[in-house]
Design a protein around this ligand. Structure first.
Ligand code: NDP
Length: 480
C-alpha cells in the first residue's frame, strides 16, 4: 500500500520527524539526497513503524498516495529551492509540498505563489523544539491553504506535542503565516533568554551568589508564575560544573560571546518594516551582537577599569532583592510577549492572514522552546477579549505588572547605579512607561521636524489636518 506522506531530507530534524510520523501509525516514505542517511534510518529505526525507503525523488513521489504530501526538511535557503525545483516537475495537481525548515516568511510567500501558479499547494511550516521535539512532539506552525491543511492537519496534529489533550499544532493562516509566527516565536525566545541572563547577572553581581546558588533560585522560581522550559534549563545549566575538572562552574568556563543563527535578526528587521516596537527582542538581539565584539569590549574594559561604581548592597537584604528580581523578570517578560504578539497581529494585518493570537499561545504551550505556564494566561486573555489592543492591559497581566512595578523600578534603578547592564529589563520598563504616559515628547520631535524640514504636524484640536509653521518668517501657522 502507498505511503500517507513523504519526507525528504533526513539529517537530524527530518530523521526524527519521519520517526515521529511512523510511530503514530502513518506509513511514511523517506528520501535523502545522500542515500546513506535514508538506509541508516530504515536500518536503525525500521521497527518503529512503516517506512517506505526511496532512493530517488521519483521513487518518493511514486510511493505516496494522491494528492501527495511531501515534507521537505533540508538546509534552509538554497537547499530548499533546489529540492523544490527538482520536485515540482514530478508532481500532479493538488499535491502538497511542506517546507518544515527554518525559512524566512518572505521566501515562503514567494514559493507559495510560484507553486500555486502551477496548481500545487505549498505549506511553509514552522517547527519548534529542536531534535528532541521533532521526535517526541514539537510545536508545529503550518501556513498555506485551508485545502492543504485538511489533508495535512490530522497527521501534523497527531505528531505534535499534546497539552491537556490539545495538540500544539493549528492552521496559522495562508502562505507565509506559519513561518512568520515561527520567526516571532524565536524572537520572543531571544528576549526570554536575555531577560533570564540579566536576572542571573544581577543576582551574581549584586548578591555575590554562586552560579549553583543562583541555579537553586531558578529552580524555586520554576515552581511559580515563571514556570517554563527555559527557567528549568537555567537551573540545570547553572548547577553544572566544568566537565573537565568538576570544580569550576560550567558557566564560568564558557566563552561569553553569544552566537545566533539569524531568526532574532529577521524578527527585528520585520518589526522595523511593520513599525512595531519590539524593543525587548531588539535589545536581546543587539546584546548578543555586543557580546561578540571582543576587541571593543577589551578596549573599554581597560579604559574604564577604575570606574566601577562604589555602591552598597541592595537595600532590603537578599530575600527582598531576589523577590524584586523575580518580579522584574516577570513584568519584563510580559512586555516581551506583548510586543511579540503585537508583531504577529501587525503581520497578520499587513499580509491578510487573520491569525488568531490566542491559538498561537495555545500551540506554544508544549513542544517548543518558549513553552511556559503563562501561555495559558495569554490564550485566556485573547479568548476573553478578541479585540485586545495589548496584552499589557489584559486584566491578568495588568495586575501582574502592577504588582511587580515597585520591584521592577527598584531593580532597574539599582542596576544602573551599580553598573550592571540590563538592556532588556530597562528597555521593557521604558516601553511600559512610554505606553502609559499622558503625553510623549514625540510632540517636540514633530516640532523639530516641522522646523528643519517643513514635515508638518497635526494639532491636538484640529483632527487629522496637517499644519506648517513659518519658522523663518512671521511664525504664523498655515495649512500644510
Ligand atoms: P541541515 O540544516 O544540517 O541540512 C542537512 C540536510 O539538508 C541533509 O539532509 C542534506 O542532504 C540536505 N540538503 C542540503 N542541501 C541540499 C540540496 N541542495 N539538495 C538536497 N538536499 C540538500 O539539517 P537539520 O536536520 O539540522 O535541519 C533541517 C531544517 O530544519 C533546516 O532548515 C533547519 O533550519 C530546520 N530546523 C532545525 C532545527 C534544529 O534544531 N536543528 C530546529 C528547527 C528547524 P545530504 O545528506 O545529502 O547532505
Amino acid at each position: 500500500s502507498k505511503a500517507t506522506i513523504g519526507v525528504t531530507g533526513l539529517a537530524v530534524m527530518g530523521r526524527n520527524l519521519a520517526r515521529n510520523i511512523a510511530r503514530h501509525g502513518h506509513t511514511v516514505a523517506v528520501h535523502n539526497r545522500t542515500t546513506e542517511r535514508m538506509t541508516s534510518l530504515v536500518e536503525d529505526h525500521g521497527d518503529e513503524g512503516t517506512f517506505v525507503p526511496c532512493e530517488t525523488l521519483e521513487d518518493l513521489v511514486a510511493a505516496i498516495e494522491r494528492p501527495r504530501a511531501i515534507i521537505v526538511m533540508v538546509k534552509a535557503g538554497e537547499g530548499t529551492d533546489a529540492v523544490i525545483d527538482e520536485l515540482v516537475p514530478l508532481l500532479d495537481e493538488d499535491d502538497i509540498v511542506v517546507d518544515c525548515g527554518n525559512a524566512h516568511f518572505a521566501d515562503t510567500r514567494r514559493r507559495e505563489a510560484a507553486l500555486r501558479d502551477k496548481g500545487l499547494h505549498f505549506v511553509g511550516c514552522g517547527v519548534s523544539g529542536g531534535e528532541i521535539g521533532a521526535l517526541e512532539g514539537p510545536s508545529i506552525m503550518p501556513g498555506g491553504s485551508d485545502h492543504a491543511y485538511q489533508r495535512l492537519g490530522p497527521i501534523l496534529e497527531s505528531i505534535a506535542a499534546d497539552v491537556d489533550g490539545t495538540p500544539c499544532c493549528t492552521h496559522v493562516g495562508p502562505d507565509g503565516a506559519g513561518h512568520f509566527v515561527k520567526m516571532v516565536h524565536n524572537g520572543i525566545e531571544y528576549a526570554d533568554m536575555q531577560l533570564i541572563a540579566e536576572a542571573y547577572d544581577l543576582l551574581r553581581h549584586r548578591l555575590h551568589l554562586s552560579p549553583a546558588e543562583i541555579g537553586d533560585v531558578f529552580r524555586e522560581w520554576n515552581e511559580g508564575d515563571l514556570e517554563s522550559f527555559l527557567i528549568e534549563l537555567t537551573g540545570e545549566v547553572l548547577g553544572q560544573l566544568d566537565p573537565r575538572d568538576d570544580q569550576q562552574a560550567f558557566v564560568d568556563v564558557v566563552l561569553d560571546q553569544a552566537e545566533q543563527k539569524g531568526t532574532g535578526r529577521w524578527t527585528v528587521q520585520s518589526a522595523l518594516d511593520l513599525g512595531v516596537p519590539v524593543t525587548g527582542i531588539a535589545e536581546a538581539t543587539f546584546a548578543r551582537s555586543l557580546s561578540g565584539h571582543a576587541e571593543q569590549r577589551e578596549a573599554a574594559r581597560r579604559e574604564f577599569a577604575d570606574d566601577q561604581p562604589q555602591v552598597d548592597d541592595p537595600p532590603g537584604g537578599q530575600e527582598q532583592y531576589v523577590e524584586d528580581v523575580r518580579r522584574a523578570l516577570y513584568a519584563s517578560k510580559v512586555v516581551a510577549y506583548a510586543q511579540g504578539f503585537d508583531q504577529i497581529m501587525a503581520g497578520s494585518e499587513e499580509y491578510g492572514w487573520d491569525v488568531d493570537p490566542g491559538a498561537m499561545a495555545t500551540i506554544w504551550r508544549g513542544g517548543c522552546i518558549i513553552r511556559a505556564r503563562f501561555l495559558d494566561r495569554i490564550a485566556e486573555s485573547y479568548s476573553d477579549d478578541a479585540a485586545l489592543v495589548s496584552l499589557l492591559v489584559a486584566p491578568y497581566f495588568a495586575d501582574a505588572v502592577r504588582d511587580g512595578l515597585d520591584s521592577w523600578r527598584r531593580v532597574v534603578a539599582d542596576a544602573a547605579a551599580a553598573g550592571v547592564p540590563t538592556p532588556a529589563f530597562s528597555s521593557s520598563l521604558a516601553y511600559f512607561d512610554a505606553l502609559r504616559a499622558d503625553r510623549l515628547p514625540a510632540a517636540l520631535i514633530q516640532g523639530l521636524r516641522d522646523n528643519f524640514g517643513a514635515h508638518t504636524y497635526r494639532r491636538i484640536d484640529s483632527g487629522d489636518d496637517a499644519f506648517h509653521l513659518q519658522w523663518g518668517g512671521d511664525r504664523s501657522e498655515g495649512p500644510a
